[in-house]
Design a protein around this ligand. Structure first.
Ligand code: FMN
Length: 400
């Protein structure tokens, strides 16, 4: 390699950092192509390309992801967000279309769905493609940051991204140009001797572990909010034992139920696209219309009829609703309590309607209703009762 050939890769590999503040401009289309095509040049098991990417620039979707991925507001500000999916759906759809079920029957083989090993292989593919994308981006002055929390909230992400059962969202990358003149220094790593072994694995003894972590432990403060007495306890409290990790474990366990290599029954029709076996797999939340504007007309009418809400007046849930006069004060209280992004994503779209004995808050979709009800109901109730003490305790949520 010539000396000046080494310089760019030196910069991209050794100068790369996780960037969480981006220049405020969209990526050029040719740079997006460069990133996507760079990802697609990654090695892939059996050249099967067991992964897919979803490119997201829609501000509402990014906002939702910034909340569902452990409340990280910078996600919403990234010009481009790409979700990397471990994807066996494409191949199993193709197998099915190719009559693999009949072939297996004829040859005494079992036609089984993807199992845990298939998932790990597809995850390898997805992550290698993601890292190729990160390096391709770096080579064009575009920074990136991984978001592991995309593995949380499996049901919500399936719904939001329209994922079938044999697609798992493994990693997400936020992309954006480095802000002018900003090149943060690379963050330190452990010494090589603790990470790269020769010929066989080397388990570290307590002294080696302390030595490896000495630099980081030096910054530990005993006055921490976790009540941790040392760096190890502090890290456990912040990372491995934290709430987000528990949610990730729940979410991944749920997803794993779809990857058990269970036998696939014969199809009833050639080219049938929605397969019987899939309906038996772990369903996505049966939510609809994620990110869609408030529906009007028949859908909302029939919902209200079903709920016995027919007498609230037809324009009740549309955006031109004559508003509940006190609502702006409720909004003000909620604005004080929440981050701007949480307020705008979850609270601002609610449409209040008086009901006999209470207030109904219409949400644009079931995803939103589920989220607001599970996380913001109590503070909404507090604010509503403070502003409208006569409203009674009946505060309900519904989908417009
Ligand atoms: C799998 C994975 C998941 C990550 N998830 C997050 C995340 O959710 N939020 C975040 O700000 N950084 C995330 N990061 C970035 C790491 O925090 C970062 O790589 C690490 O602190 C080292 O910093 P550096 O990349 O600048 O060298 C993730 C990185 C990886 C590889």
């Amino acid at each position: 390699m010539k000396e000046n050939d080494a310089q760019p890769s030196e910069k991209w590999l050794r100068g790369r950092i996780s960037l969480r503040r981006f220049a405020d401009c969209p990526l050029k289309p040719e740079d997006v192509d460069w990133i996507v095509e760079g990802a697609m040049r990654a090695p892939t098991a059996g050249n099967m390309m067991l992964y897919s990417m979803i490119l997201i620039t829609d501000p509402v979707k990014k906002q939702v992801l910034s909340e569902t991925c452990d409340h990280q507001p910078f996600i919403a500000k990234a010009p481009l967000v790409v979700v990397f999916l471990a994807d066996y759906q494409r191949w199993f759809d193709y197998y099915r279309n190719s009559g693999v079920d009949a072939y297996c029957l004829e040859h005494g083989l079992e036609f089984r769905g993807p199992d845990e090993a298939d998932l790990l292989l597809a995850c390898s593919d997805a992550l290698i493609a993601a890292q190729n994308a990160a390096i391709a981006a770096e080579s064009r002055g575009i920074g990136s940051c991984y978001i592991g929390d995309i593995m949380e909230n499996y049901e919500r992400h399936r719904e939001l991204l329209n994922l079938p059962a044999w697609v798992f969202p493994l990693a997400m990358l936020c992309f954006g140009y480095y802000p002018e003149g900003e090149r943060p220094a690379p963050r330190p790593r452990f010494e090589r001797k603790y990470i790269a072994f020769t010929e066989q694995y080397q388990r570290l003894n307590p002294e080696e572990l302390d030595e490896m972590l000495a630099g980081r432990a030096a910054a530990f403060s005993p006055a921490n909010p976790y009540g941790a007495a040392n760096y190890g306890q502090w890290m456990y409290a912040r990372k491995t034992g934290a709430q987000f990790a528990a949610e990730m474990a729940r979410s991944v366990r749920k997803a794993l139920k779809n990857w058990k290599g269970e036998p696939i029954p014969m199809a009833n029709h050639a080219n049938e696209h929605e397969y019987e076996h899939e309906r038996e797999l772990e369903p996505a939340l049966s939510l609809t219309n994620v990110g869609q504007p408030i529906q009007r007309g028949n859908a909302s009418r029939s919902f209200r009829q079903a709920e016995g809400l027919t007498n609230i007046g037809e324009p009740g849930v549309s955006e031109d609703t004559p508003s509940v006069p006190e609502w702006s004060r409720v909004l003000e209280m909620m604005r004080q309590e929440l981050s701007q992004s949480a307020f705008e994503t979850w609270i601002a779209p609610l449409r209040p309607v008086y009901l006999e004995g209470g207030l109904c808050l219409y949400c644009p979709n079931l995803f939103q209703k589920d989220w607001v009800e599970s996380r913001h109901k109590q503070s909404l109730e507090r604010a509503i009762l403070a502003v409208m003490p006569d409203i009674g305790r009946m505060i309900t949520f519904a989908v417009a």
